[in-house]
Design a protein around this ligand. Structure first.
Ligand SMILES: [Fe+2]
Ligand SMILES: [Fe+2]
Length: 192
């Protein structure tokens, strides 16, 4: 059995016809997928070197290219509209601020994960030496993502569906699509 059946298809964004909620939930499914792959990689034994490289490269691609887009969707398209819809504060208002704060903590841990995956992509034979560190980082990131995704799925996403007008949701959708247009050419530049 291969370490992963990962392909770039797993990292692709949903179709342009999808609603903002569907796009956001699709991103969450991919975050969970790549977190699980990170934990699997940390615990892998007797795995061919090419599979280690392949998994590390896939994790790197997802967390360096797709995750920042997802966070921008939430920080720049969702958060300001939700806060404006809640001028008197309240629990959802605070939850949205927590969401943005958690992104910063996530990014710090993700940077460590990216550094380890860069090394493992180039030097997969180092996995036995780096596995413990990779496991620690992946577990810490998985823990914060578990709480973070639950907060968004149980509080933030239902709130924006309830509070924003159809026009605002259409604007969000357009911004999310536009955000991915220039990124496509940059992705090609970065990868090659
Ligand atoms: Fe988030
Ligand atoms: Fe999210």
């Amino acid at each position: 059995m291969r370490l992963t059946t990962i392909s770039d298809a797993a990292a692709k964004d949903a179709s342009s016809a999808a609603s903002p909620l569907e796009l956001l939930l699709g991103c969450h499914a991919r975050i969970r997928h790549f977190m699980q792959l990170s934990l699997t990689l940390a615990n892998a034994v007797d795995v061919p070197l090419d599979e280690i490289s392949e998994a590390a490269a896939a994790i790197f691609r997802y967390f360096s290219l797709a995750l920042p887009l997802h966070e921008a969707d939430e920080n720049r398209s969702l958060f300001p509209r939700l806060q404006a819809a809640l001028p008197n504060g309240g629990l959802v208002h605070e939850a949205a601020e927590t969401m943005v704060e958690q992104h910063k903590a996530i990014n710090e841990l993700a940077a460590e994960l990216l550094s380890l995956c860069t090394t493992l992509d180039r030097y997969p034979a180092r996995l036995p030496v780096l596995a413990h560190r990779l496991g620690d980082v992946a577990q810490a990131l998985n823990l914060i993502f578990s709480a973070h995704l639950l907060l968004e799925e149980s509080v933030i996403f239902p709130a924006f569906q309830d509070l924003l007008s159809p026009e605002q949701i259409t604007e969000m959708s357009q911004e999310m699509q536009q955000r991915r247009q220039p990124q496509l050419s940059r992705t090609i530049h970065v990868v090659h």
